[in-house]
Design a protein around this ligand. Structure first.
Ligand code: NZQ
Ligand code: ZN
Length: 390
């Protein structure tokens, strides 16, 4: 087990109606002027935004809003938000949405006090030291950004989708999580979210580090719960307990707990980010295509983790050979994604002819010549994996 430091400072406020506490929580953080960031309109149509505005007003706060953040968020909205926040004197950013909105809010928060171009942080040219505080009202369990210190933004010029990773600076100060707010999610978005949280666990579970039994069991317990809950939620989208458990699972999958004491992988995410940047597909759908191909490929060299997953999560006979167990694990994962209505190949995702040359070139330009903590992958390997996913 590796040495580690685990800090998850976010105040998670969970349950029915918790959005009514937004104003009081912002005020408690010393906010005076709040910038509300939201997406393409689901939060307006559901009435959530109206309820939040009432809560902010009741707490005596002045607020401004910036909407229209699109999935796989782009840098132009961040620049617009930074301009607006500087003009109005914003001192607190409130994200109302999922990963795309939260990541845009975080990028605005880190860009406002910085004299240079916020993209410097994403391109690795500068390290942020200060940021405005960010609060979250979560509307989709998926990206886990409500509990992570990361932000993922795509630069329109060159379609470079890059992440800024911070240990603490960009972790939201609070996250308001009302499962009822997620009842309006279309089945496809629910399924994309489920895939993303499963993969956030796998990125940490597929680790070269030994001696992490507790972290392993945390991951396996979450995987067992999510794979049982996912199909049920599709059949009962307004079941409170199903939605609630899924929402909390999404946070636990990505707040760092599942990676404690070990080296993580992240090759699948790096590979997928190129796909969603280039083809505009939902991040979860892109992962459903890449991850089974990736897992099958790395398991040929190192079957241990897929085999353990097969036995402990999918009930495979532990007496059987490890290679057979690994193959079973990959197949079960794929079947689960299919049961959730997800594509498991580029073709099924509607990308008939993926430009593998371009994907591989961009991937290694942005992420280095070798990626992945479990098995190191060079351009030959990632090319083979993209090909497997066709
Ligand atoms: O824009 P609106 O109208 O709100 O619609 C959204 C959007 O179309 C809709 N939606 C959200 N809540 C809803 C709802 N529709 C009905 N009812 C609701 N309650 O769902 C669609 C997808 O939203 P989005 O925010 O894009 O989803 P998600 O949370 O999956 O975020 C994906 C983004 O997060 C990044 C991904 O790469 C992608 O850009 N990630 C961020 C991470 C992080 N910051 O730590 C980690 C992840 O691995 C991921 O890379
Ligand atoms: Zn993800």
């Amino acid at each position: 087990m590796n040495d580690f430091e685990f800090c998850s400072p976010t105040d998670f406020v969970f349950g029915k109606g918790v959005e009514s506490r937004a104003g009081a929580l912002c005020a408690a953080q010393g906010a005076r002027r709040v910038l509300v960031v939201y997406g393409g309109g689901s939060a307006v149509r559901s009435g959530l935004l109206g309820r939040l505005e009432s809560s902010l007003e009741a707490a005596g706060l002045v607020w401004d809003a910036i909407g229209g953040v699109q999935p796989n968020p782009m840098d132009d909205k961040v620049y617009e938000g930074i301009r607006q926040a500087r003009e109005t004197g914003t001192d607190f950013v409130l994200a109302v949405g999922g990963g795309s909105v939260i990541d845009t809010a975080k990028a605005i928060a880190v860009g406002v006090p910085y004299v240079g171009d916020f993209w410097d942080f994403f391109a690795g040219k500068a390290v942020p030291e200060v940021a405005l505080p960010v609060g979250v009202v979560l509307t989709i369990p998926a990206a886990g950004s409500e509990g992570s210190g990361n932000s993922v933004i795509t630069k329109g010029d060159g379609l470079r989708k890059l992440s800024l990773r911070t240990d603490r600076l960009l972790r939201p100060v609070f996250a308001l999580m009302n499962p009822e707010v997620t009842y309006t999610l279309p089945a496809y978005q629910t399924a994309c979210g489920v895939v993303d949280m499963v993969v956030h666990i796998l990125e940490r579970y597929f680790s070269p580090s030994a001696g992490t039994e507790v972290t392993d069991r945390l991951c396996e317990g979450l995987l067992a719960a999510i794979t049982a809950l996912g199909p049920k939620v599709l059949g009962a989208p307004c079941d409170y307990d199903l939605r609630a458990n899924l929402m909390w699972a999404g946070t636990l999958a990505h707040n760092g707990l599942c990676g404690t004491g070990r080296t993580e992988d992240w090759a699948s995410h790096f590979m997928e980010h190129e796909v969603s940047a280039l083809y505009g597909v939902a991040h979860g759908a892109g992962l459903a295509v890449i991850v089974p191909a990736w897992m099958a490929y790395v398991s040929r060299q190192k079957p241990e983790r897929a085999a353990q997953m097969a036995v402990r999560v999918f009930g495979f006979d532990p007496a059987m050979p490890m290679e057979a167990a690994a193959r079973y694990g990959v197949e079960q994962l794929k079947l689960f994604f299919l049961r959730m209505g997800m594509p498991v190949s580029f073709r099924q995702m509607g990308v008939e002819h993926p430009d593998v040359d371009l994907l591989v070139r961009k991937l290694h330009e942005d992420k280095g010549s070798a990626i992945g903590g479990y098995v190191r992958l060079t351009a030959d390997d990632t090319r083979a994996i993209y090909e497997l996913a066709r």
